[in-house]
Ligand binder design. Structure first.
Ligand SMILES: O=C(CO)[C@H](O)[C@H](O)COP(=O)(O)O
Length: 210
């Protein structure tokens, strides 16, 4: 089980500084959608330049023109690029193909997908590298989580790695670990803490216990 740190509500220097604090505990650093929306691929480029040995995920949440978007994010230094599970199959195919060509991976974000099991099966067949259940900020605010969705996709996905994101913190991690995803994505559970290094270490330690 790997740990991905999601960096959403920071600028580029803050992102680089934050990674410095926690880098021994994380496997993947996510340059989040809000940063990319406001600062563009420069954020991906700068984070990869600062940490060339860390796997960098660009959370571009692609919906269309997927092959082109994956090429752009890959050229900026992303190792993993995200697309929405609600996108057309032709977009998913385009993303998978472009990622393969560039030696990168695709994470499909299931945010807002209603029939999680059916779509997860399809995405698995379409060649997604990761399928990620995700409770976005707006549903987190309504007290929702993705634990049941994780169990559902784990039961049907045969080839892709599974991931979970959305409001995960140390206290809720045991519930996540029970379902054994390949990747746990944590943003605020680390970045909102006073001692980010200690928070990341505690989360990583629990993940390592499996
Ligand atoms: O993709 C995102 C929001 O759309 C976040 O990166 C993801 O939800 C993880 O952050 P947090 O743990 O703070 O919810």
């Amino acid at each position: 089980m790997k740990l991905q740190l999601a960096l959403d509500l920071v600028n580029i220097p803050e992102a680089i500084e934050l990674v410095a604090e926690v880098q021994e505990s994380i496997d993947i650093v996510e340059v989040g959608t809000p940063i990319i929306n406001s600062l563009g691929h420069a954020a991906v480029r700068e984070v990869k330049k600062a940490y060339p040995n860390l796997t960098v995920l660009a959370d571009v949440k692609i919906m269309d023109a997927a092959g082109y978007e994956v090429e752009q994010a890959s050229a900026a230094g992303a190792d993993i690029v995200t697309i929405l599970g609600a996108a057309e199959d032709s977009s998913i195919r385009g993303a998978v193909e472009a990622a393969k060509k560039a030696g990168k991976e695709i994470l499909v974000d299931m945010i807002a997908v209603k029939d999680i099991e059916t779509r997860a099966k399809e995405l698995d067949q379409l060649g997604a590298d990761y399928i990620c259940v995700h409770t976005g900020y707006d549903l987190q605010a309504e007290g929702k989580d993705s634990f049941e969705d994780l169990r559902k996709i784990k039961a049907v996905v045969k080839n892709a790695k599974t991931a979970i994101a959305g409001g995960i913190k140390l206290e809720t991690l045991p519930e996540v670990i029970k379902a054994q995803p390949d990747l746990v994505i944590v943003g605020g559970g680390i970045t909102s803490k006073e001692d980010k290094k200690a928070a990341a270490q505690a989360i990583k330690a629990l993940i390592n216990q499996g």
